[in-house]
Write a new protein. Structure first.
Length: 236
């Protein structure tokens, strides 16, 4: 069963939503049969490419309030309560994430989808490290075994720019108006960072709808298979 989650790498709700999805899959009885695929939904394309802003500066300028104030949820506290710590939001910086998403697309093409997304989330929210420049991304490439020279060339050529845009357009066609946006089994879409119990419930529902239960009342029941039909011993 495939689960697709669209996210922005600097979105604190996306990091928390991805964490909750991981916990739900761990608790899911058929978790070993779940394939989680991370996809890009960039939200920072309008930010300048040559500089970054402090998160506090950005939030105050855009919303006039910080998390934990004026009824805005304290996301750092929520993350810590769910075992995701450190989770640095307010003391971080934001910037244009287009190149970071192209890095993620390249890593995905190299078979490192989940590994790359988890690494960037850990780097950005766990260590408050920059993920915005070519040098930042080349440094991180080595952490997951990507060839540094190949990665440099791919990013310099902007080879995955179209793929990132395709991912974003796909999410919008499915009804996404923000991130995170999760589609489970191609059947149900979840908007936002739903709690773990909600995600687990949808996983179970989709599994039950797509995997009907097989009831075996009698091991000696008559059955036909590829090699012919067996007759129960009592009827022979």
């Amino acid at each position: 069963m495939k689960v697709e989650i669209w996210a922005e790498i600097t979105c604190p709700w996306c990091g928390l939503g991805g964490h909750r999805l991981e916990r739900a899959v761990e608790r899911f009885e058929h978790g070993g049969h779940v394939e989680v695929v991370h996809r890009s939904l960039p939200l920072g394309s309008g930010l300048p490419e040559d500089r970054t802003l402090s998160v506090r500066e950005f939030l105050l300028a855009r919303y006039g309030v910080l998390p934990g104030q004026g009824g805005v949820p304290d996301i750092e506290g929520m993350a810590a309560a769910e075992g995701l710590a450190p989770y640095r939001v307010l003391d971080n910086r934001v910037g244009n994430t287009d190149l970071a998403h192209e890095f993620l697309a390249h890593a995905s093409a190299e078979g490192k989808n989940a590994e790359a997304w988890n690494m960037l989330f850990r780097s950005y929210f766990g260590r408050a490290e920059s993920i915005f420049t070519l040098d930042d991304l080349l440094r991180l490439a080595g952490e997951i075994g990507l060839d540094r020279d190949q990665t440099r060339q791919v990013l310099a050529d902007r080879r995955y720019r179209r793929q990132v845009r395709h991912d974003a357009h796909q999410a919008q066609r499915l009804g996404a108006t923000g991130a995170p946006f999760t589609v489970i089994g191609g059947r149900y879409a979840l908007a936002g960072a739903q709690d773990t119990d909600t995600v687990l419930g949808v996983l179970r529902q989709v599994w039950d709808e797509t995997h009907p239960a097989v009831l075996v009342a009698d091991d000696d029941a008559a059955v036909c298979g590829p090699d012919g039909c067996a007759v129960p011993a009592a009827q022979a």
